[in-house]
Every structure is written in C-alpha cells, then in structure tokens.
Design a protein around this ligand. Sequence first.
Ligand SMILES: Cc1ncc(COP(=O)(O)O)c(C=O)c1O
Length: 409
Amino acid sequence: MSGAEHDLPVPDDGWSDLTAKMVRLARPSGTGPGFVNPPVSRGSTVLYESMDAMRARSAQRYEHALIYGAMGGPTQSLLEEAVAAIEGGRHTQVVSSGLAACTTPLLAFLGAGGHCLMPDSVYGPTRRFCDSMLRRLGIETTYYDPMIDADSLHALMRPATQVLFAESPGSHSFEVQDVPMLARVAHEHGAKLMLDNTWGIHVFQPFEHGVDVSIQALTKYAAGHADAVLGAVTVVDQADWVVLRDSVVQLGQYASPDDCWLTLRGLRTMGVRLERQSRSALIVARWLQGRPEVARVLHPALPECPGHGFWTRDFRGASSLFGVVFADRYTPAAVEDMVAALAVFGLGASWGGFESLVLPTTGTISRTATLARPRLPGPALRLHVGLEAPDDLIADLEGGLAVLRAASA
Ligand SMILES: Cc1ncc(COP(=O)(O)O)c(C=O)c1O
C-alpha cells in the first residue's frame, strides 16, 4: 500500500476545536505561579468551621459543592466540567464505570411498574441489567429494532414507558440510529431519551438532537490509555439533574479521584488521538472493503453500514471502532485462527485506548439479539484502531487473512 493511497480527505470532525477546548479546561484556579494541571485531591472527611456552615454546604449537593468525599471532590468536579463541555450538556456526574453510567440513570428515571424500550443492538451488560435487575424490580423491557421507524416506535410506547434508550452506533452491529426521531417520539409519550454516546464522543452532540440523558464510558477514548475504568452521565435540564444527582447520592455512586485525574490527563490529548485514530480506522476499513474475503464492513462512515444516512446527517466525524463481516464460506473457527495469527492487533475487550484491538463478535451478535433481524452473512470481528501506522495494521490483517483462507481450504 503506497502513501498516496492513504491520502484520504480528513472529515470535518472538529478535532482541533476539541483539542483547543481540552487544553484550556480543567486548569487549577488561583493566581500567581503554579502547576499547569490540578493536583489529585483525595479525601473523605471535610472539616467545617460550624454547624451552620455544615448545614449550608449540605444544601448545595446539586452544585458540585465539597460536602463529603463520597459525594465527589475537586478532581471529580473538574472532570465533570470538562465532560459537560465535550457533550454540550449542563451537568455531568462521574460514576464508577461505563456500565454504571448506563445503569444509574435507568434506576433514577424508572420505577416499579414502569416500562423501558431498549435497542436490540444494546451493549450486552446493559441488556443483562434490564433482563435481571430491572425485571426483579418490576420494570419491563421491550427490545426494538435499532432501525425502527416512527410509526412502529409509537406502537411500542405504552402509558408506563418512562425511558427510551438508544445506543448509536449499536454494540458490535453498528446500526446508526435516527436520534432526532427517537427524541420526538419519546417526548410525545412523556418518556426520557437516554443515549449511550460513547462511540460518538464529541462528534455527536447529543443535546442538539433532543437527547435528555447522555452516557459516556470514559474508560474508552477519554481515559484513552487502557489504565482506568470510569463513566459519566450528562444532562441539560435542571429537573433531570436533581433526579439523577439524588439517585447517585442514594446509591453511593462514586468515582476515584485518581481515575478522574488520569481521565483528565487523557482528555488533554483525546482530540489528537482521535484525529489520528479516526483517519487510520477509515483507511483500514476501506482496505478491508476491497478484500475478497470480506462480505461487509460495518463502519458508520461507509454507505454499506445500516443508518449511514443518519451518520452523514447528524455526526461531525467518526471514531475508530468498526466491524468486519466475512463471507459465509469462512467459519467462526477459521476466524479465530486468523485472530491468533495477528501480532499488531491485540485480542481483548474494551476499546478507545492507544492500542489496536480485535474481538470476534459473531456469537455475541447472534446470542444476544432477540428480534428477528436480518442475520449477518458470515462470521464477524470488531476492530479497534489505535495509534499504530495504518500500513502496519494492514500488513497484520493481510497475514491474518492468509491464515483465514488456509484454515478454510
Ligand atoms: C457502548 C458501551 N457502553 C458502555 C460500556 C461499559 O463501559 P465500562 O467498560 O467502563 O464499564 C462499554 C464497554 O465496552 C461499551 O462498549
């Protein structure tokens, strides 16, 4: 592959705006000489000068005030401010993991006898939470086709529907959802629209499209170095913030200041990492599209991805996670042989870090989906493209595809 073939147009993704924002934000306050970055502030007990001061501070739980360590501190607040700026929201709450960022608002906005709508392509552990914990609490979940139209969605809404959940693009199957339509329908029925916006970080501005609650697994691109687990929930409406914050405090949801500090550091470079990773992912995806072993590439920026039109309409760019589906003459076992032969791509869960990863997803997609949707033509892999050179990634995949062919001969 020559350098000229890599000369692809960079999408108008605003990565430099993001970098400019992240260089400025979350600086220590105060005047005079000082370090560029804030310190890690660890603590549980907060000392007050009087009972009056203690009472006054406790009343400020919705204002990110320092009250007690378990309710957050200065490091958490700085990260919350930065994430709210990325998402275009008003208040952010950091929580212990990306999964907690999905489950906490579900617990906050759903009640016994309530009903929740989930896309059939949702992240597996979120699905499990609905099918076990929410069910035990008397909350019913209905799965819907992520490519559903407005009429069919109206038909699924019930008087008890409190939450319409979306994840765009879908985990492993990468359907891009019509979020503005979902917001219209949810609001007509008095429900909240929650979006797992981890893939769309920065390139999809959730609140401009009618989302009420936006979720980030900060573990991925924000932390960015595969060394922290963290989540964030962002809202724009003050009444939603009160509901969310009360639930967070009641649940004892907490994020460690050390992980928040690492994530703040990750955010400084997230724009430049994503600029590079997004471009490299598109190079690798386009190369895979031209390979005879490949049936489809599930990358939202490519026309063959379900919902590509919504991506073109609503997104400013793409991140670096996508799927590849092989022709049906290849077996899942042969794909596992291919994965074993890869040396640059590591085998592992998670994504968004500096390193390229691969994960077989055939079983995951078919095992978890409950609706009768069109099946993928063959076995599938999820690829996360990191900071390595696209030529090295392509050479690695070329070697892997030779093993795939040999294993299927
Ligand atoms: C779309 C999505 N949401 C949420 C999560 C959960 O994040 P965490 O691993 O931080 O719990 C993941 C993790 O892979 C994910 O892919």
